[in-house]
Design a protein around this ligand. Structure first.
Ligand SMILES: NC(=O)c1ccc[n+]([C@@H]2O[C@H](COP(=O)([O-])OP(=O)(O)OC[C@H]3O[C@@H](n4cnc5c(N)ncnc54)[C@H](O)[C@@H]3O)[C@@H](O)[C@H]2O)c1
Ligand SMILES: [Zn+2]
Length: 354
């Protein structure tokens, strides 16, 4: 996993070079654009491709969690084939996590795999979804259950693209950013804790620095364990609980990063109740999330226990029906606790969120 190019204006500054650096030279360039991504991104991609001496074919990609389906992947694959994609073509995904996950999955599968690159346009995709080569679509049975590892040739993070991001998406991304800061600890954690919500404005250098640190941190962990066997599992802090809540509540009521924030609170609860972390950690985390406008409780009742049990047991990290939970001991230190009964996890959700 290569380290990302990151900065304000990074797209225009580096895409040409990245395209020119591809060996062998691609036969064609297909750009799959998130309809929500700005004209700014589209213009920068067109100019960069022209400077690299490549004609870009632009296609509209999927956006929104309900479109993260096999049907969307099939539709996109069909369009690419009809537009002349061959095995030496290069696919560039420009968008939020849904667009990059689906496009990456198509790139992994089409003609048994073509090269691809990623330009995330949401905060969440910049710090998480677009980093690490995991691609997938959802099945009715659960999120991200159908996919492949397919590492991109490059990742370009341009924080200027965040200017048009709706408030809800902006907040959701901060959930993942805080999760990553907690995992990384050190300077990243300290700068996040000392930042007020206002000082992390979209245009701020402080935000660009944090985004770069988060993406680099994830890329480093992934490089140590690309196939998700050990260290990489620790990146899933808050996700066992978070995914169950997200699926049960639906994306309208709970965005991914919001669900992750609630999931982190549940993981902190496990740590505190097992005396693995000081009791004050829970209140501190609630304050931090609240300061960044993230939820610390559910609006409305907790989904019923049967639904939660069903969703939790589908977690990809479940082993013999028992869960593996990532539990934070302190910023920068987490452990993987194995053999957790599903019912115990449901009880933690109830004690934390209702
Ligand atoms: N592959 C991974 O490792 C990984 C990791 C974390 C999350 N994910 C996945 O990422 C997805 C969530 O991604 P997301 O939060 O980016 O959601 P999303 O892709 O649904 O994007 C949210 C909305 O923002 C719009 N948008 C995108 N860029 C914009 C911009 N610059 N300005 C204005 N609007 C813009 C999109 O069109 C969409 O409507 C989930 O499906 C999650 O499972 C994947
Ligand atoms: Zn996530």
């Amino acid at each position: 996993m290569k380290s990302p190019d990151c900065g304000k204006g990074a797209l225009r500054a580096t895409l040409t070079r990245r395209l020119q650096g591809l060996r062998p030279r691609p036969s064609a360039l297909f750009v799959v654009l998130d309809p929500g991504a700005t004209e700014v991104a589209e213009r920068a991609v067109r100019l960069a491709a022209k400077d690299a001496g490549m004609a870009a074919t632009l296609l509209r990609g999927p956006h929104g969690e309900s479109r993260k389906t096999l049907a969307s992947a099939e539709k996109l694959a069909g369009k690419l084939i009809r537009k002349g994609l061959d095995r030496r073509a290069f696919v560039l995904a420009v968008g939020g996590g849904v667009c990059t996950d689906v496009t990456g999955f198509v790139a992994a599968s089409i003609m048994r795999g073509v090269r691809w690159g990623v330009v995330p346009t949401t905060l969440l995709a910049m710090v998480d979804a677009a980093v690490g080569g995991k691609t997938a679509v959802n099945l009715e049975e659960g999120k991200n259950l159908f996919g492949a590892f397919h590492f991109p040739s490059f990742l370009i993070i341009d924080t200027n693209l965040l200017r048009t991001l709706p408030a809800r998406e902006w907040r959701s991304g901060r959930g993942e950013l805080i999760k990553t800061a907690m995992l990384s600890g050190g300077a990243m954690w300290r700068s996040l804790c000392s930042a007020s919500s206002g000082s992390l404005a979209r245009r701020s250098d402080a935000l660009t620095t944090l985004v770069h640190k988060a993406a680099r941190y994830k890329a480093k962990v992934v490089a140590q364990d690309p196939q998700d066997n050990e260290e990489r599992k620790l990146l899933n802090l808050g996700h066992t609980f978070g995914h169950a809540l997200e699926t049960a509540m639906g994306p309208r009521r709970l965005r991914h990063g919001e669900a992750v924030a609630l999931g982190v609170l549940c993981a902190v609860k496990v740590a505190v109740e097992n005396e693995l972390a000081p009791a004050s950690t829970e209140a501190d985390m609630r304050l931090l999330f609240a300061r960044h406008d993230l939820p610390t409780e559910l609006k409305g009742p907790l989904p019923n226990a049967t639904t939660l049990r069903r969703l939790l047991s589908r977690d990809k990290k479940a082993d013999d029906g028992l869960l593996q939970l990532v539990v934070p001991l302190r910023p920068g230190e987490v452990v993987l606790v194995k053999g957790v009964a599903v019912q115990d996890a449901v009880d933690v959700l109830r004690r934390t969120l209702s």
